[in-house]
Design a protein around this ligand. Sequence first.
Ligand code: 13P
Length: 242
Amino acid sequence: MRRKLAAGNWKMNGLAAAMTQAAAIAAHDANGVDVLICPPTTLLAQMANLPMSVGGQDCHANTSGAHTGDISADQLADTGATYTLTGHSERRTDHAETDAMINAKTTAAYAANLTAVVCIGETLSERETNKTLTVIETQLAGSVPDTATAANTVIAYEPVWAIGTGKVPTNDQIAQVHAHIRARLTERFTDGADFRVLYGGSVKASNATEIFAIPDVDGALVGGASLKAADFIPIITALAAS
Ligand code: 13P
């Protein structure tokens, strides 16, 4: 049985006052669903004291050194974090991260005993030119290390064109990609059937129930709707009921 995971990616949002939202999310009885928030690094240590999982949004491939402005997986773990995102499309775009770089970062996360949530997803032009499954396959093969297991890795499928746009793929499109990811995982890893695969991109309380009913969707990676407890808790509730 794969444990369901409701993950929030706060991106570059949240000042100290946002801790009240995190506290309200953590205080909610999640009914067996794992709850994870990846806040900005400034809030990580404080948030790690709450009864839920917290994670970084990125980590460097090295454990320490002359890398101004970067953060290592060990430093994330040192705050109490147990997860980190790697390969988010905003990092792939804003910081020109390649699959090889994401693979190295993910390997660094494992070394620090963090579970990596490796993000993959196609752009709109890739979708429109029927390249979605090829892109997914290439990113999975390149970004996910050979040492990945269901315990140290979660995959998040986030179509780039659905992030922050209010546009969501059809249920059939989500089902097709998740089935494809599952097939590649089971082909490559002995415990491939046990990896959790999340959907991300404009998930809200109003579409969560429908998305969580899709086979092979084990939870969500939520951006905007994870910032406020009033928006995120109904998503956690929908996942618990799925
Ligand atoms: P939105 O939920 O705001 O579309 O963001 C999704 C995302 O990028 C989560 O990592």
